[in-house]
Ligand binder design. Structure first.
Ligand code: GLU
Length: 420
C-alpha cells in the first residue's frame, strides 16, 4: 500500500491506534494490515454555480473503509479543512463504531472541502446536488448510506435524497438517513447523537455509584451533538456551566438555562454574542474544574500538550477523535475515564440504522420506541466495554476498539479472502 496516499495526522493516529490495539487484541495480522486502509476512496470535483454567476470548484470525497458487515454507513461533512486523509480516518472510525454497536453495517464517510457558513442556501443546494451526482454510482440503500455530520443537516439530506431519486425515477428513502420526518426521516434522529452520549454518561455514572444530579458539565461545541447533549443533561438535573462554538466559549458557574440558550443561539449564531456568562476561550473551557467534559466539536483537541490540564473526571467523546491516543494514555494514568467516541457518539448512527430499517419497511415507529431501543443498544455496548476494561485492566478506548476489531475480524475470516 502507498503509505503517502492518506497521509495526515488524524489518519496516522487512527492507523497507529489500530496497530496498537490490534496487536494487543491478537487480531490476525492479515486482517490487521487490511483494516488500516480503506476499501475504496472516491475523489470528485464539484463545480458550483455561485450567486454571482461565477463557477467555483470544490474538492469532494466519499470513502468506504469496510463493507464486511453490511452496506457502508457514515456521514457527510462540509468543512473547509476536509481532506482525503481526514475522511479516510473518519470512515475507519465508522467501521468500528458500527461493529461495536452490533449494527449490520460497514463504515464510510464523505466530505467536501468548503466552509458552508459562507454559502447561500442556493449555493449549498447546488453544491449538494452536484456532489451527490458525482458520488451517485458509489451510494445506494444497499450499497452505502450517507447521513449528516459537521456542516450538514436534514435539509442537506433532503437534497441528496431528491437528487438520487430523480436519477432513478422514484423516491428512494433508504439512500440517506437524517432526513426530515416528512420525507421518511425517523423521530428522534436529530437529537440522537446527543441523547446517546448522555445515556452513555448515565451508565458511566451508575457504575461509579453516582448520577447526573448537579453534576457540572463543560461542552465544547454547540452544534447538533453539543447542543442536544446539553439539553438532555440539563433535563436530567446536571449543571451545564460552559459551552462553546468556533468564536469562543461562555462560562457561568450557576449553569445555563439550555432551552433558552438554544433559542437565543438560533438568532445570534454565536454564543459569545449572548450576554449570559463570562467569555472564555475554548482552551480554558477544556481545562475547567468540572465533573464532566464533553468535547463535541472536532478531532484532536485534547492532545499530549493539554491532557495534563484536564480537571474533569469523565470525558465523553461527543466528536469523532477529540482525544488523541497519546492524550488518552496520560488521562488513563491520571484516573480520568474517557468514554470513547465509537461508543459515546454512536447514538446518531444507531438511530440512522433505525431510520434506514423504517424507510426500507415503510413502517414508522413513535419516538418512545426509538429512544427505548437506542438506550438498549448503547447500554448493552457500554456494559461490554466497561466489563472488558475492568477485567483486563485497560482503558475504555482500548477496550471498545478491541471489541469492535474482533467483530470485524470474525466477519472477514468467515467471509474469507476472494479470490484466494
Ligand atoms: N456522522 C455521524 C457519525 O459520525 C452519523 C453517521 C450516520 O448516521 O450514518 O457517527
Amino acid at each position: 500500500m502507498d503509505q503517502t496516499l492518506y497521509q495526515g495526522e488524524f489518519f496516522e493516529h487512527t492507523t497507529a491506534y489500530l496497530d496498537y490495539v490490534g496487536k494487543k487484541a491478537n487480531i490476525d495480522v492479515n486482517v490487521l494490515s487490511r483494516l488500516k486502509y480503506p476499501k475504496r476512496a472516491l475523489c470528485v470535483s464539484v463545480p458550483v454555480r455561485m450567486d454571482d454567476a461565477t463557477v467555483k470548484v470544490f474538492q469532494g470525497f466519499r470513502v468506504q473503509h469496510s463493507l464486511t458487515l453490511g452496506p457502508g454507513k457514515g456521514g457527510i461533512r462540509y468543512h473547509q479543512d476536509v481532506t482525503l486523509s481526514e475522511v479516510a480516518a473518519l470512515a475507519s472510525l465508522m467501521t468500528f463504531k458500527n461493529s461495536l454497536l452490533n449494527l449490520p453495517l460497514g463504515g464510510a464517510k464523505g466530505g467536501v472541502a468548503v466552509d458552508p457558513t459562507k454559502l447561500s442556501r442556493t449555493e449549498k443546494q447546488n453544491l449538494t446536488r452536484r456532489y451527490t451526482t458525482e458520488i451517485l454510482p458509489f451510494i445506494g440503500p444497499q450499497q452505502d448510506i450517507p447521513a449528516p455530520d459537521v456542516g450538514t443537516d436534514a435539509q442537506t439530506m433532503a437534497w441528496i435524497m431528491d437528487t438520487y431519486s430523480q436519477s432513478v425515477g422514484h423516491a428512494v428513502q433508504g439512500v440517506i438517513t437524517g432526513k426530515p420526518i416528512e420525507i421518511g426521516g425517523s423521530l428522534g434522529r436529530e437529537g440522537a447523537t446527543g441523547l446517546g452520549a448522555i445515556f452513555c454518561l448515565e451508565e458511566a455514572l451508575k457504575v461509579k455509584n453516582s448520577d447526573m444530579k448537579n453534576k457540572t458539565i463543560a461542552i465544547q461545541g454547540f452544534g447538533n451533538v453539543g447542543s442536544h447533549a446539553a439539553l438532555y443533561a440539563h433535563q436530567r438535573g446536571a449543571k451545564i456551566v460552559a459551552v462553546s462554538d468556533v468564536d469562543g466559549a461562555i462560562f457561568n458557574p450557576n449553569g445555563f438555562n439550555i432551552p433558552e440558550l438554544m433559542t437565543a443561539y438560533k438568532q445570534t449564531k454565536s454564543l459569545t454574542k449572548i450576554n449570559v456568562g463570562e467569555n472564555i476561550t475554548n482552551q480554558q473551557l477544556l481545562a475547567l474544574d468540572v465533573d464532566v467534559l464533553i468535547p463535541a466539536a472536532l478531532d484532536g483537541v485534547i492532545t499530549s500538550k493539554n491532557a495534563n490540564d484536564i480537571k474533569a473526571k469523565i470525558i465523553v467523546e461527543g466528536a469523532n477523535g477529540p482525544v488523541t491516543p497519546d492524550a488518552n494514555k496520560i488521562l488513563h494514568e491520571k484516573g480520568v475515564t474517557v468514554l470513547p467516541d465509537i461508543l459515546a457518539n454512536g447514538g446518531g448512527v444507531v438511530v440512522s440504522y433505525f431510520e434506514w430499517v423504517q424507510s426500507m419497511a415503510s413502517f414508522f415507529w413513535d419516538e418512545d420506541e426509538v429512544n427505548k431501543r437506542l438506550r438498549f443498544v448503547i447500554t448493552k455496548a457500554f456494559k461490554s466495554v466497561w466489563e472488558m476494561s475492568q477485567k483486563e485492566g485497560i482503558d475504555m478506548k482500548v477496550a471498545a476498539m478491541s471489541l469492535a476489531m474482533k467483530r470485524v475480524e470474525k466477519g472477514m475470516l468467515l467471509r474469507g479472502l476472494y479470490p484466494r
